[in-house]
Ligand binder design. Structure first.
Ligand code: F6P
Length: 341
């Protein structure tokens, strides 16, 4: 058996742990061979490969990023893309493909599966917004990075009696904002699922100053005001049709300062959230996903994605997992009302 492996979309701490789990189990238990496809779907589309064997995965467990490289290439948007992917898989005598990615990468995997490609998915995204799995790896690392940043921002906010706005990732879902905001004791948490009322945010901010305390406002990059529009970086779209986000934090600080008269500054955590070494939890989860993805290939259970449910690793149909985004339920967000303002 010869298995192709690729990592697509935004990189994520734990990708290397998945790759290592796949290769170690595949080679040592089943004598499988591997071929690494470079830079997400660009690899099978443009026939870009690299050697993927046990020596290639030595020492990569704690390393961030991905040894295979990543991109947001979408073969479904390229003329003859599906045909070219199939031809290149055949050229390398690939019997099965393991695609590690988020909604976009796995959406392509689901389509290729319908087109007869033998593919198994592994869910990846720091945003934790993939349906069908309780958690994706990378999320825990991102939350820890944001929480540490919020902890640090509290002391400088208090020293200067400023409002500090922290912008974190989260395009469609506010999981990072909510988890890190609660863990870091933020006073306002704004998420994409719940359009915010600017007057209410300003009331919360002023309330904090009244009790002699400097407020921390955590805002997900995809959060939007109840009146107004999504703030974007520019008008450009990626191959999956997504706008480039970021900017809501800066905009919000300007509005808060203008409306309350309190000095407000912004910290955009950006790609720091995705870089560097994964937490122990993410290494654990990523390793288990890798091992179970090889089992799914062995069982011929194609068109599925490995997923975490409780403490079990299960398999979910790729088409179901990519059909909708997993967002923060309003009742979960409401649980934390007591901490706002
Ligand atoms: O992978 C998803 C994500 O983390 C989003 O939250 C964010 O909008 C996006 O990546 C940004 O990624 P890039 O800068 O690579 O386009």
């Amino acid at each position: 058996m010869r298995i192709g492996v690729l990592t697509g979309g935004g990189d994520c701490p734990g990708l290397n742990a998945v790759i290592r789990g796949i290769v170690r189990k595949g080679v040592q238990t089943h004598d499988y061979e591997f071929v690494g496809f470079r830079d997400g779907w660009r690899g099978p589309l443009e026939n870009q490969t690299m050697q993927l064997d046990v020596p290639a995965v030595r020492g990569i467990l704690p390393r961030g990023g991905t040894i295979l490289g990543s991109s947001r290439t979408n073969p479904l948007k390229v003329d003859g893309g599906v045909r070219r992917v199939k031809e290149n898989l055949a050229k390398h005598e690939v019997d099965a493909l393991i695609a590690i990615g988020g909604e976009d990468t796995l959406g392509v995997a689901a389509e290729l599966s319908r087109e007869g490609v033998r593919v198994v998915g592994v869910p990846k995204t720091i945003d934790n917004d993939l349906d069908g799995t309780d958690y994706t790896f990378g999320f825990d690392t991102a939350v820890n990075i944001c929480t540490e940043a919020i902890d640090r921002l509290h002391t400088t906010a208090e020293s200067h009696r400023r409002v500090l706005v922290v912008e974190v990732m989260g395009r469609h879902a506010g999981w990072i904002a909510l988890h890190s905001g609660i863990a870091g004791g933020a006073n306002v948490i704004l998420i994409p699922e719940h359009p915010f009322d600017l007057d209410r945010v300003c009331d919360w901010v002023e309330n904090r100053f009244k009790i002699n305390y400097a407020p921390i406002v955590v805002v997900a990059e995809g959060a939007l005001p109840a009146v107004g529009e999504l703030v974007t970086k520019d008008d450009s779209l990626d191959a999956f049709g997504h706008v480039r986000l970021s900017g809501v934090g800066e905009w919000l600080a300007g509005e808060i300062q203008a409306r309350t008269g309190k000095e407000a500054r912004t910290t955009v955590l950006g790609h720091i959230q995705r870089g560097g070494t994964p937490t122990a939890f993410d290494r654990w989860l990523a390793t288990r996903f890798g091992l179970h993805a090889v089992d799914a290939v062995r069982d011929g259970d194609f068109g599925t994605m490995v997923a975490l449910r409780g403490t079990e690793i299960v398999r979910a149909p790729l088409s179901d997992a990519t059909a909708r985004i997993k967002t923060v339920d309003p009742s979960l967000y409401a649980e934390f009302d007591v901490f706002f303002g």
